[in-house]
Structures are given as C-alpha cells and as structure tokens.
Design a binder for this molecule. Structure first.
Ligand code: PEP
Ligand code: MG
Length: 918
C-alpha cells in the first residue's frame, strides 16, 4: 500500500518534495534534537491523489491518518477528543516551495463542547480554554466552512461594545462562552450545517480544506507570479499544539538569524507575550523586539540564541524561525531559509564565506540572479507598495522604478522635464521618433508590445524603467487620457511604475536608491573566477558602453547601428535615404550619415579599448523609420524639396503587411548595396584612426537576418572590397572578422553552408523565436498571456529561451557549423542573453559568450557561474549515486541479501557522505 502519511521522525530535510518544506524541516529539527512538538505529515502525493480522486481523501489515506493520530496520542500521552486529557493539534499547509500566507492554517483543532472543559480543568485556566475555543471556531468557520471572517469579527466587536471594552484580553469567561455560542449559530445560519463536535470529522474537514487551498486564487496567482510549476501540491502538517497564550510565562514570535533587510549578522525578530501566532501577524498588539525576551524569560532567550546558531550552521543559510514558549518551555514550530532583500542576500553570502560557513561556490548558488536587479536600479520601497493602489500589470520590460506625471508625446515630455518635472511617457507603442521623450522621461509605459518591442529594447539599453503590453490600459493619446478598470488619469495625474514586476500604481510611491558596495564587487569577482561563458553587452552608444564597462562587460556583442540614427537630426537623413527615388539620392543621404557614423564608431572603439566589438549592419524594419504624422511628412517634403503627395505615394509603396518579415536586415543592403558600403567605410575609417593613435580594437562585423549563404556572400564581398579600399587609402593594416546572426530558421538549418563563409555566429534569439514559434515579436503579448495561464507555454518564449524549439534550432546550427569550422566563435545577442535560465542553457550548449543590455551584465555573470557549479554538482551527485549502487551490489554479491536493499542503501549513503565528495 502506498505510504501517504509520515511521522516527523521518519523524514529529513532532503524530503521537501514529498513532505513539503515545513514538514521536511520539522523532521530535520527533530533529528537535530531540537524541541519540536511531535506530529505527522500528510504528503504532497496525497494532495495529488486528492485532486485525481475528485477531491476526496479516500479510505486508504484516512486510515493512515487515523493510525498516525493514534501514535501521536501515545507520544503526547493525551487523547484526541478526550474530555479529561484532550490532545489539540494544528493543521498547517506546506508545499515544497515556500508560499507564505497563500494557503490555509487551522490552530487548536480538537476542541469541542467537551474537550474545552478538559483543557480548562487541566490548565486550571478556564478563560484560556474558552478563548482558544472561540479562536478555533472562528478559524475553522472561516477556512473550512467558508463563513467570512468579518461576520465573526462583527460578533466579537458587538460583545466588546456591549461591555464597553477595547481589547480581546478584557473579555471574561462568560463573554467568551457567549461568543462561542453566537459563533456556532452564525455557522449554522450561513452554512445550514452544524459546527462539528466530532474531532476526527474536524480533522478530516481541515485536511480537506488545506488541500483545497492549494488551488485557491491566491495560491494560483502566487505560483504564476513566481513561476512555480511542476509541484504535486501541498503537504499538510498535523502537529501537537503548544500554547503561547497560557499566561505571562508564555509567548510566541518570529525571528531571523540575521537581518533580512540589511544582511547584518545580528539576531532579528519580534515576539508577543501571552499570545498565539495569529496575534503577531494580525498586528493588533505591537510586538516587542527579540532582545527584550532576555529580560522577561532569560532561559528561553538563551536557548533560542543557541538554536539560532545551531540552525544556521546546520542549514548554512539565514533562517526564518517561528517559536512558541508555553509556560517557560521553548518550542520551535518552523524553520526555513529566510526571504531577504538582494542587498542582504549578497552580504549574507559574502559574510558566510568569510566566516568559513560556506564555500564561494555555495555563496554564488545562494543568490537569485534576477534579484541583483534590485541593486542596480532605484526601486519602489516595498513598504510603500503594500498600501498602494495597483492599476494594472504589464510585462516587466526594463527594471527599476519610475514616478511621475503622465505625458503622452515627446514634446510634452521634453517641455515638462525642462520645467523641472518628472514624467512618465505613456504611448500605445513607441517608435524611433519617441526616443527623445523616452530619454527625458523617468519611465515608459505602453499598452502594446512584448519584451522585444521597440520600447522594451531601447529602454533596457538606456537602463530606464519600462512596462509594456499593459493590454488592460486604454491610452487615448490625442485626448491625453489613460483609462484603466474604470479609472481615468490625465496629464496631471501621477503614477508609479515598477519595471521589475510590471506593476503600475496610482500616485507617487517612495523610491529607494540602489546600493552596490564591496560585497557586490567580491561576489562579481568570484563569478569571474568560475564562469566559462564570457559576458558581453548590447550597446549602441558611448553612454551604454561606459555603463556596461562599469558593470564588467567583456566586449560588445551587438551594436545595433540603426539605433545610432534615432536622434532627431539623424532620423531625417535616414528618411531622406529611404524615400529617395534613386541610388544617387540614397548615396547623397548616406554621405551625410557617414561622418556621424564614423565618429560614433570611433568613440565606441575608444571606450571598448582592446575588447571585442561586434558591429551589426543596418537591420531596421523600414516602418520604424517612416514618418507617420502629416506634420512630419510636410517637414520631410520641405527638406527634400519633393512634393507632399510624392512622399505619401512613396510611403504607400514602402508599406508592408509584415514588416518584421519584410524588407529589412541584409535584404535591405542587398537591394541597396550602397548602405553596406557606407557602413563598411564608416567602421574601417574609424578603425584606421584608432590604429593610427596606437590603440587596439578587436573588430567583428555582423550581417543580420541571413537565411541563405548567398545573402552572406553578397554582403561579405562588399565589406571585403571596402576594407581593401580603406587600407590602401589610409595606409594602415587592420584585422577584422566577418560573421552573421543566426536568427532565421533556414540560417540555423543550413549553418554548415554559412559557417564555411562566416567566421562567427551570434544567435539573434528575438527573431529566431519569432520565426521558430511563428509569434510576432510585437503583437504576441495579446495571446501569450492566455497561453501561459493555460500552460501551453510555461514561460514567455521571448523572455525565457524556448529550449525545445528555439534551443533545438541552436543546437542544430552549432553542430553543423562545427563540422566545417571547428573553432567557430559562438554567441547570443537576443534578449535571452541576460536571462538566467537561458544563460544556463547557453553554457550547456557550449557558446563562447552571451551578450545582454548593460544592466543585466551582473545577472548574466552570476547565472553563468551558477551554471558551471550546478553542472559540477550534478556530476558529483551522479557519481555518488553510482558509487552507492556499486557498493550495495558488491556487498550483496559477497554476502547475499541478508539486509533488505533499501536499508543497506541507507547505511551506505550515510557512510559515503556526498559532502566529502565535493
Ligand atoms: C535578435 O533578433 O535576437 C536580435 C538581437 O536582433 P534585433 O532584436 O535587433 O532584431
Ligand atoms: Mg534580429
């Protein structure tokens, strides 16, 4: 018969998946000899069974629960439901991954009209007994029988009003007995059911409710927001109650072994005397600082300090501990790795290495790469967030926070910023014309677009907070109004954006400054020692490049040259080029661009000194550069001295139904070779100047959107020709590599042909995802949200690399390319290059580098180091498991099967400790 219920004594901390985090840690603490009230765990497998069995526990599980209850009675020397010596239990949820407050908990279970008398008699404290009883009915009524909490509160308040008292503690036994009766009547009225007096019925109903809470809205949303998937369900912990509300020598509290906000190595926490857990959480009474406990119950405090040290040494991590003191006796009710700010995470990890508690590798694994974001940008103060009005949630396109008045166009943004105001630019979507507004604004908000939309890519490059794809928002740009869920916000409304979560709030929220510090530097140094992947940056401007170097960039993996044309005076020239009737017109426009581009490259090369720089040739979908408004068309027509209607006709001709699959990338330069000629000249003239100044640059020229080797050859020829021309004109010699992006599926599949010609590949996984999945980069957000909710895709493939599809194409390309060019240099420059799980994948498939926006460099470095350590640990674990199997087999071969295999395995495992193998 399958085992669904485990005694705490049967588990340990390695059994989180089965027993849930709480159950596994309670078991571990019992193994460590800590004072933990006895109990048992109904496993996550039971939860899985419950859902598969039409939400019924079934006879087998019920029987196992009953048996464990009998054992618990023996251990505690009390009887469940006995009127003289009753056993009370708590029933608490606990999944493998901590989901604080998302599921249900019931305390004091086992109380009924009879047992309450027994508790009163045993404790000699009738008030305590009836107070516990009314709390239990309230909790049970709310959590199990679905009677709203406020109905109970109304009754409690009514009695307090009648007696003209303020605090619950002033209620006497008679009042509490009356409340108990009123509560029971309330339950009967609301549910047409009688509050159960049978304690086993109570237990069954409670376990049922906790399993049911696994799929309440709160828990589902929490899992979605935290990307928690693949779990069986929650476990249920049934544990003998201990009471913190038994008088002035009792109490309850929560503490952290170190400060979870700063990371300081100082015991931190709070407690309440004569109280139960929910009193601390409810915030009705103000808890005391943990050190105060030393004055009230010095023995318990001393013991707690000892346990703090033991637990931290044992778990090698900062612990979040719940405790209760019953009549001067300390009990530990929970321990888990404490949640912490990024600043605290870095400090704790570095301190623990210096205290010889953990290794550098362990320290690196302790930090969530994404959390480093908090350190690099201003953030919304967490405490401000909890009271704020959230308007909607979009995609977290670029991290950080922004607070400001809403502006709806570039002019207003510039004007108001010049007048000293802080603004947020709200647009349906952005285009290159918005660049100055984006630059002026604190943050950018769009209703359309995904993680690789124009707004997202540009904002990330700028390190500016940006939330995109807020499909619930209606932005009426002309009327300068935002409408969302019934609310309206105009030009003078202030809103706050959280670019790390995608949340949009009404009003001004407080921000906190980013902090880096020496701990951060140390951590980065350790990641540099360990990782194999190089980390480059996507940078288009000298400012980007400088920021990237500050964060430790090892080169530029992608310079999107079209981004160099976004400034107002340059965009006009690009338009001139695009709208020219003939080659001569285009060449004239390009000649104007040449010196600008050359000086940009020169600046970039100077900053990147000796580091590799990959210049990607022009790749804009043309629509990004076309004028849209009548005013702009008029300006262009005047500047180019061409009639308005001719310009309009040309715009009409250039209109594409599918611009992302249209006249862009190398297709543009193949049809207009003069573009590549100009760009090659600009690059090589800049390089010549750098060389003449005695500096070095490692130059890589990258051709975009190649799907056919002939496209690449066409462009390579132009680049080579201009290189030779510049060499002879400038009388300098320089080296460069020419390669391509792999971002068209055909390019990946024919990578062997392309690699014969190309010296390096950089995976453009934004386009590769678009074309592999067939999802528009700009419009997919509309349905992808639903897809993710339904589990069709687990994560947005534009954010987290789709290993099964896009990843397979990458592997095909790598394998084929290496067949013809063994040492071909391989990188990635799509947005995935800064996303931790995608970076891990890039490590596994053997890329040489990842390239990401400047502010994601530390995240990518940490993820790259973690990938090495995880790989190493996985190998150690596999070897360890193999060794155990071999030893067990050896013993069995030599001595037969005297000891059952599982037992033998357990023994051998203990002898061959994995820690020693590391
Ligand atoms: C890509 O497609 O992944 C890429 C880096 O190019 P872009 O985003 O500029 O199209
Ligand atoms: Mg691309």
């Amino acid at each position: 018969m399958e085992k669904f219920v485990y005694d705490f004594k049967e588990g340990d901390k390695s059994m989180k998946e089965l027993l849930g985090g709480k159950g596994a840690n309670l078991s571990e603490m019992i193994l460590m000899g800590l004072p933990v009230p006895q109990g048992f765990v109904v496993t996550t497998k039971a939860c899985d069974f419950y859902y598969k069995n039409k939400k019924e526990l079934g006879e087998n599980i019920k029987k196992q629960i009953f048996e464990k209850m009998v054992e618990l009675q023996k251990q505690m020397n009390k009887q469940f439901g006995d009127k003289d010596n009753p056993l009370l239990v708590s029933v608490r949820s606990g999944a493998a991954v901590s989901m604080p407050g998302m599921m249900d908990t019931i305390l004091n279970l086992g109380l009924n009209d009879e047992t309450v008398k027994g508790i009163a008699l045993k404790t000699g404290n009738e008030r305590f007994a009836y107070d516990s009883y009314r709390r239990f009915i309230q909790m049970f009524g709310d959590v199990v029988m679905n009677v709203k909490h406020e109905f109970f509160e109304e009754i409690l308040q009514r009695i307090k009003n009648e007696k003209n008292i303020r605090n619950d503690t002033e209620l006497n036994v008679k009042d509490l007995k009356k409340i108990v009766e009123l509560y029971k009547e309330l339950i009967k009225l609301k549910t047409k059911r009688i509050f159960p007096n049978d304690v086993f019925e109570q237990l069954e109903m409670a376990i049922d409710a906790v399993f049911g809470s696994w799929n309440n809205n709160r828990a589902i949303t929490y899992r979605r927001l935290n990307n928690i998937s693949g779990l069986l369900g929650t476990a249920v912990n049934v544990q003998a109650m201990v009471f913190g509300n038994m008088g002035d020598d009792s109490g309850t509290g929560v503490c952290f072994t170190r400060n979870p906000s700063t990371g300081e190595n100082k015991f931190y926490g709070e407690f309440l005397m004569n109280a139960q857990g929910e009193d601390v959480v409810a915030g009705i009474r103000t808890p005391k600082e943990i050190r105060e406990l030393n004055k009230i119950l010095p023995d318990s405090y001393r013991e707690l300090i000892e346990i703090r040290e033991k637990l931290e040494k044992h778990y090698k991590d900062m612990q979040d501990i719940e405790f209760t003191i019953e009549k001067g006796r300390l009990y530990i009710l929970q321990t888990r790795n404490g949640k912490r700010t990024a600043q605290a995470a870095v400090k704790i990890a570095v301190d623990m290495v210096e205290e010889d508690l953990i290794t550098k590798e362990e320290a690196i694994l302790k930090i969530e790469p994404e959390s480093l974001d908090q350190l690099l940008h201003e953030q919304i103060d967490l405490s401000a967030k909890s009271n704020a009005e959230i308007l909607t949630k979009g995609l977290p396109a670029s991290p950080g926070a922004a607070v400001g008045k809403i502006v709806f166009n570039v002019e207003d943004a510039k004007e108001r910023v010049e007048a000293g105001e802080r603004v947020i630019l709200a647009r349906i979507e952005t285009s290159p014309e918005d660049i100055e507004g984006m630059d002026a604004a604190q943050g950018i908000l769009t209703t359309r677009g995904g993680m690789t939309s124009h707004a997202a890519v540009v904002a990330r490059g700028m390190g500016k907070c940006c939330v995109v794809g807020c499909s619930e928002l209606v932005i009426r740009e002309k009327d300068k109004i935002i409408e969302v869920n019934g609310g309206r916000f105009g030009e003078d409304s202030i809103i706050s954006l959280d670019g790390s979560s995608g949340e949009v709030f009404a009003g001004k929220l407080d921000l906190v400054e980013p902090k880096l510090g020496c701990n951060f530097e140390k951590l980065m140094q350790w990641t540099d020692e360990i990782r194999k992947l190089k980390v480059r940056t996507n940078a288009d401007t000298p400012a980007d490049a400088k920021t990237a170097i500050k964060f430790g960039a090892e080169g530029i993996g992608l310079c999107r040259t079209e981004h160099m044309f976004f400034e107002a005076d340059r965009i006009k020239i690009v338009r001139e080029m695009i709208l020219s009737e003939n080659e001569q017109g285009r060449r004239e426009a390009l000649n104007k661009i040449l010196p600008m581009q050359k000086s940009d490259f020169y600046e970039l090369f100077k900053i990147m000194d000796k580091r590799p720089v990959t210049i990607r040739f022009l790749d804009p979908p043309l629509h990004e550069f076309l004028p849209k408004e009548q005013k702009e068309i008029e300006e262009i027509s005047e500047e180019m001295d061409i009639e308005n209607k001719i310009i309009k006709k040309k715009i009409g001709e250039l209109h594409e139904f599918n611009p992302m699959l249209g006249h862009r990338g190398c297709r543009l330069a193949i049809t207009y070779p003069e573009i590549s000629e100009m760009q090659s000249r600009a690059v090589f003239e800049a390089v010549s100047q750098i060389i003449k100044e005695g500096k070095t640059i490692i130059l890589e020229i990258m051709i975009p959107l190649v799907g056919n080797v002939e496209e690449f050859k066409n462009q390579k020829e132009i680049v080579k020709k201009i290189a030779e021309e510049v060499k002879s004109e400038k009388k300098v010699d320089f080296k460069y590599k020419i390669g391509t992006m792999i971002e068209v599926p055909r390019g990946a599949i024919t990578a062997d042909e392309i690699a014969k010609e190309a010296e390096f590949f950089s995976f453009g996984t934004n386009d590769l995802t678009q074309m592999c999945c067939g999802f528009s980069r700009d419009d997919s957000n509309k349905f992808l949200k639903e897809y993710i909710k339904l589990g069709i895709y687990k994560r947005d493939p534009f954010q987290v690399l789709d290993r099964k599809g896009v990843g397979e194409l990458m592997k095909i390309a790598i394998n084929k390319a290496r067949l013809v060019r063994k040492n071909i240099k391989l990188g990635i420059c799509g947005e995935h290059g800064g996303e931790p799980s995608s970076v891990e994948f890039c490590h596994h498939i053997g890329l040489d580098y990842v390239s990401c926006s400047p502010f994601r460099i530390p995240i990518a470095k940490l993820a790259a180091a973690q990938a090495v350590i995880k790989e190493k640990n996985k190998k150690i674990k596999e070897n360890h498991e193999k060794l155990i199997k071999d030893v067990v087999l050896g013993i069995q071969n030599k001595f037969g099967h005297l000891i059952p295999k599982e037992e033998l395995e357990k023994e051998v495992k203990e002898i061959i400790n994995i820690e020693r193998l590391k």
